[in-house]
Write a protein that binds this ligand. Structure first.
Ligand SMILES: *[C@@H]1O[C@H](CO)[C@@H](O)[C@H](O)[C@H]1NC(C)=O
Length: 113
């Protein structure tokens, strides 16, 4: 249930940014979108969809297989990371990855359940 909530929250945030960012076409491809639960289902579809639209997608997957399957179905722009939302060490590593990836260009939008 916690994972589903996190996924739903991420999805809602991503859709919100997408709508907002599509109004500002000139900088939308600078925006990073972090999506959790990208192994399958809605998170997976959303990651591919936003990647296709030119977003810099950071896709958090639970498993190696989920991450590599998604990476091979997406553009080279899409980055994957392994994230187990029930493991605080994993969350810490994910935050570090995202910070390094996004750098100074944008604030981190990272929500946890
Ligand atoms: C996620 O983390 C929890 C807690 O550390 C662990 O019990 C579980 O096996 C992990 N799941 C995966 C898929 O690694």
């Amino acid at each position: 249930v916690a994972t589903n909530c996190a996924l739903l929250l991420a999805a809602v945030l991503a859709i919100g940014w997408y709508i907002r960012d599509s109004l500002k076409v000139d900088d939308f491809n600078q925006k990073h979108v972090l999506i959790t639960g990208c192994d399958s289902g809605f998170g997976n579809l959303l990651a591919k969809q936003l990647d296709r639209r030119g977003f810099a997608v950071i896709a958090a997957c639970l498993t190696e297989k989920g991450a590599s399957d998604l990476a091979s179905a997406a553009s080279p722009r899409l980055k994957t990371l392994l994230l187990n939302v029930t493991d605080s060490e994993s969350i810490k590593r994910a935050v570090e990855f995202v910070s390094a990836e996004v750098g100074e260009r944008a604030p981190i939008r990272f929500r946890l359940p």
